[in-house]
Design a protein around this ligand. Structure first.
Ligand SMILES: [Zn+2]
Length: 473
């Protein structure tokens, strides 16, 4: 008996081994003929026109990215695509984003700015292009299987798993991978390539459509392709030395039991109640959430944070919300955000497991339509949906009536005190916020913005009445 079952196990193992090597051999054959059909290149540079969508900036919760720019842009795909290879690969409006091996940086003017956190994604984007995919698959022991529309070739490199579909003509028609996103978890990045044409002996798609988390982020019509240009890049010294900056949280006392938590690109506000504390906004990601939690513990060590208020679902403002679920806080947000968060938070988080993935808890949400009030022991905090907000359909703000403090996101971003030009993101949004406050007869003395510095109400009044030509949209 024992022998029999052992031989079965062996046979099964052998069969599995054979299967794998056949799949690997098949992948190699498919990749070789695809490389022949599409043209082997050292580097490729393509340009065209189209739309760039910004992920996580939809007008309605979970909707498609609303801001798109129709701009001439040049995308450069450098190969060799492995570590050490590099090149500029995306022109986002007038900015050039570069990656070389593990280093990423931006070249807005003459001084290169390190972009450490972007390196992984930029490297991955190269592998997701047709020629980049073929090269990376060849070097990473890819496997193949029959799929929809052709052969699906798969490989894993580091933490990234990449699939690509190669059709009967040997053209790469689709690539897919996953990137870690604070809101969407393991977020699919899917790119479709169609309308292949011959550009001086090299086949390249004329239509490129990329989706992240199901939302379109790029829709490009390619008009020009150049191959084998010299794309040798020198990584600037400051880029080589750069590290992801540590989370910096500063506190500024605005009133008794009210602190403005700043120190980075996004702010939060901590409000103390008799028996608990409330955090307004947890932007960016788990790391920022951990930082503001530590600051809250320093300021009010004895009180738990019972509520986390979220102003809107844009990813840069919602990326830290899950952290508070793990901490046992109740999330307060406008009712239209609830189905989006519940859906988004179901996604697996294997690429970068966050605090909630590591200590799972069921989320408790309090939702409201137009207004929600927290009131306890003489402290009152009012949450309002901003009527007619043009930045986000269900944007909310927080008002402390006793302290006359208004906390708002994105409608009014006061510039630093010494800046020569005001920098509201949207002048129309600033005007609307001001008009809304007038109509609601809210008595505001201080604005604690979720971007920028604390300013007196007069700064909003002034910004709303000043026409801003270059910064307004
Ligand atoms: Zn926003």
């Amino acid at each position: 008996m024992g022998r029999k079952s052992l031989s079965f196990a062996l046979f099964f193992g052998l069969l599995l081994g054979l299967c794998l090597s056949t799949r690997a051999q098949e992948a190699k054959t498919v990749l070789q003929s695809a490389t022949k059909a599409m043209g082997d290149v050292k580097s490729i540079q393509y340009s065209g026109s189209g739309q760039l969508g910004i992920l996580g900036q939809a007008f309605t919760p979970g909707g498609p990215g609303s801001k798109s720019a129709k701009e001439e842009m040049t995308l450069v795909e450098p190969t060799p695509i492995r570590k050490g290879g590099g090149g500029p690969f995306a022109g986002e409006q007038k900015q050039v984003n570069l990656v070389s091996g593990q280093y990423a940086w931006n070249q807005p003017g003459s001084a290169p700015q390190p972009a450490v956190a972007a390196a992984d994604e930029r490297q991955l984007q190269i592998w997701l292009t047709p020629h980049g995919f073929l090269k990376a698959a060849m070097e990473n022991n890819a496997t193949a299987k029959k799929g929809n529309g052709g052969t699906v070739v798969s490989f894993t490199d580091g933490k990234f798993k990449v699939n690509g579909t190669i059709d009967a003509q040997g053209m790469v028609t689709r690539t897919e991978s996953w990137l870690a996103n604070p809101v969407l978890g393991d977020m699919p990045v899917e790119t479709a390539y169609s309308g292949y044409k011959d550009f001086n002996g090299v086949k390249f798609p004329t239509m490129i459509v990329q989706k992240e988390g199901g939302s379109p982020v790029l829709n490009l019509t390619v008009s020009d392709v150049r191959t084998n240009a010299d794309l040798a890049l020198t990584v600037p010294d400051n880029v080589k030395a750069a590290k992801i900056p540590p989370v910096n949280v500063t506190n500024q006392k605005l009133a008794d039991g009210v602190w403005f938590l700043a120190g980075g690109t996004h702010n939060s506000v901590l409000v103390e109640f008799p028996n608990y504390a409330v955090m307004i906004e947890s932007p960016l990601n788990d790391a920022r959430a951990t930082g503001i939690m530590a600051e809250a513990k320093k300021l009010i060590p004895e009180k738990p944070i019972k509520y986390l208020i979220n102003t809107h679902d844009h990813f840069d403002h919602a990326g830290g919300v899950r952290y508070w679920v793990a901490e046992g806080a109740t999330i307060i947000t406008q009712e239209m955000n609830k189905p989006f968060y519940e859906q988004a938070w179901k996604a697996p988080r294997t690429l970068e497991p966050d605090h909630l993935a590591q200590s799972p808890k069921k989320a408790t949400l309090i939702t409201f339509k137009d207004k929600y009030v927290l009131s306890d022991g003489g402290r009152e905090l009012d949450i309002y949906r901003i009527a007619g907000d043009i930045h986000n359909a269900v944007m909310s703000m927080v008002y402390l009536p006793k302290e006359k403090i208004l906390v708002e996101a994105d409608d009014f971003t006061p510039p630093p005190p010494n800046a020569s030009l005001p920098g509201p993101r949207s002048h129309a949004g600033t005007v609307l916020l001001y008009q809304d406050l007038q109509q609601m007869k809210l008595d505001v003395a201080t604005i604690a913005p979720l971007h920028g510095n604390v300013v007196p109400f007069s700064a909003l009044q002034q910004a709303a009445s000043t026409e801003v030509s270059s910064a307004s949209k």
